[in-house]
Design a protein around this ligand. Structure first.
Ligand code: FAD
Length: 459
């Protein structure tokens, strides 16, 4: 496939979203770029399995419409984001309660504000029917759901006001706050314990894939800020849509799959079965562990394991298009949703898709334990539900314990660069932003017009 004499300005190792985003910015600036991907497909961790007409994500993907890089990354113009209903449902003490939705008239920044913002947002951040899919199905499960998990009306109002304030805080001010493990920082915020345990803890665990909240409080604040300033959402068609859009918009022949890189230097890349490539610079855009193998000395972080279980049923359980969080922690499921209500393209007509996420080490018989827990969360029998897939990823998300550097260097030396979620925040936003920064550094070193890295960053 690759002639030994093949030359490129830049070779990128890894076709996850970080590498593909960087490739876009480089090729747009006229830099010849080759992306080498070990797997037979692009996308890395953002993979979607197709089973009987269902589109099943390996990742329990929760994006936010407020992630700036989803708007800024060239190639994502056609991305459609499907929003969850505003706020979340929390299951606590055997009941489901709605929480985290904005106060009425809560300003343009709150989640309702985000619906309005969505209508005027660029095409990339818009769902074709942002309110219809969310609103039409929200009624039944919410009847009598005021108060409860988060507390009474006053506590709800305080929480809503706090979220609205958080959405307006400049990122730099959040990053100047003292850094603690998120669980410890939450306890110091002066909020009632029921607001913390009944809403903030399960929400942050879901957003950070970290059940014990050992993550840096700064990353937790960024995640909450993104929640407060936008809407939780998923990419229409499954997680793989995002990298596929990026790959498709690159010049033909840029991406080569099935090519495993075994070593890199500033001007040479060696592959397992496809010889060597000479180039002017190399960007390693792999996951953290593979990056440390190619670039000895790079730190390998701890990881949070994540398991995603997909079910279908004869009838969709009642929870609308909400993300349903578990606050009781009496079962393995951290969050679950009838994802076909949020994104109907993920399942065949009339077949609901219920996707549930287990954080941490899963129990031995994960499917049985998940079914039993889902039965309590949805208040319905799950014995007749069909299991479509159980996806376990041991090294799903790099841990971001304090002190966490949100801007790990992407330029190691002239000619050698690294990007990926382990350089920023362990999110799609972080991965895309690291690709943005790496491309910018590369273009500066190559003497091309640098791409301006947009601030502020989001979680
Ligand atoms: C289960 C799970 C749940 C998640 N939940 C969320 C969430 O809710 N919200 C959120 O924002 N993020 C979430 N994430 C994280 C998000 O998916 C990642 O941050 C993002 O996809 C990382 O992209 P990347 O490009 O940095 O790395 P990757 O996607 O890992 O891409 C790296 C690529 O490099 C390739 N590669 C590795 N070694 C070599 C080699 N030697 N030669 C050639 N190619 C190589 C790999 O095959 C891979 O394709 C989740 C991830 C998982 C797994």
């Amino acid at each position: 496939m690759l002639e030994p004499a093949y030359q490129a300005d830049v070779v990128i190792v890894g076709a996850g979203v970080a590498g593909l985003a960087a490739a876009h910015r480089l090729t747009s600036a006229g830099v010849t770029t080759v992306v080498l991907e070990a797997a037979p497909y692009v996308g890395g961790r953002m993979a979607t399995e197709k089973v009987d007409g269902f589109r099943l994500d390996r990742v329990g993907q929760l994006l936010s419409t407020s992630y700036p890089e989803l708007r800024l990354t060239p190639g994502l113009d056609a991305l459609v984001l499907r929003p969850f209903a505003p706020g979340v449902l929390v299951h606590s003490d055997g009941r489901r309660h709605r929480a985290g939705a904005p106060l009425s008239g809560g300003g343009a920044r709150g989640a309702l504000g985000a619906v309005r913002a969505l209508a005027s947002a660029p095409r990339s951040a818009r769902s074709p029917r942002p309110t219809a899919s969310a609103g039409a199905r929200t009624g039944a499960p919410l009847a009598g759901a005021v108060g409860g998990a988060v507390g009474g009306a006053v506590d709800q109002a305080r929480l809503g006001a706090a979220l609205n304030r958080l959405a307006a805080v400049p990122v730099q001010r959040l990053l100047a706050r003292p850094e603690l493990p998120a669980a410890q920082a939450l306890a110091n915020r002066g909020l009632p314990a029921r607001t913390i345990e009944g809403f903030l803890r399960p929400l942050l665990a879901a957003l950070l894939c970290d059940p014990e909240l050992t993550t840096s409080s700064r990353c937790a604040d960024l995640a909450l800020r993104a929640f407060a300033g936008g809407r939780l959402c998923v990419p229409e068609g499954g997680a793989e849509t995002l990298p596929e859009l990026l790959a498709r918009a690159l010049p033909p022949g840029t991406v080569h799959t099935g090519v495993r890189v075994t070593s890199v230097s500033t001007n040479l890349v060696t592959t397992a079965d496809h010889g060597e490539l000479r180039c002017r610079a190399v960007l390693v855009a792999t996951d953290a562990r593979a990056a440390a193998e190619l670039l000895p000395g790079l730190r390998v972080p701890d990881f949070h394991p994540v398991t995603v279980v997909h079910h279908t049923a004869d009838e969709a359980p009642e929870s609308g298009a909400f993300l349903l969080l578990d606050a009781d922690r009496r079962g393995p499921v951290a969050h679950t949703a009838v994802i076909s209500h949020v994104d109907p393209t993920r399942s065949p007509a009339g077949r609901p898709l219920i996707s549930s996420t287990v954080l941490g080490t899963p129990p031995e018989d994960v499917d049985q334990a998940v079914r039993a827990h889902l039965s309590r969360l949805y208040g319905t029998s799950t014995t007749r539900w069909e299991t479509l897939a159980v996806h376990h990823t041991a090294e799903a998300v790099p841990a971001m314990r304090p002190p966490h550097d949100l801007r790990r260097p992407v330029r190691l030396l002239a000619g050698l660069y690294v990007c990926g979620d382990h350089r920023d925040t362990s999110t799609v936003q972080g991965a895309l932003h690291s690709g943005h920064r790496a491309a910018s550094a590369l273009l500066t070193d190559l003497g091309a017009e640098p791409v301006r890295v947009q601030e502020p960053l989001a979680a």
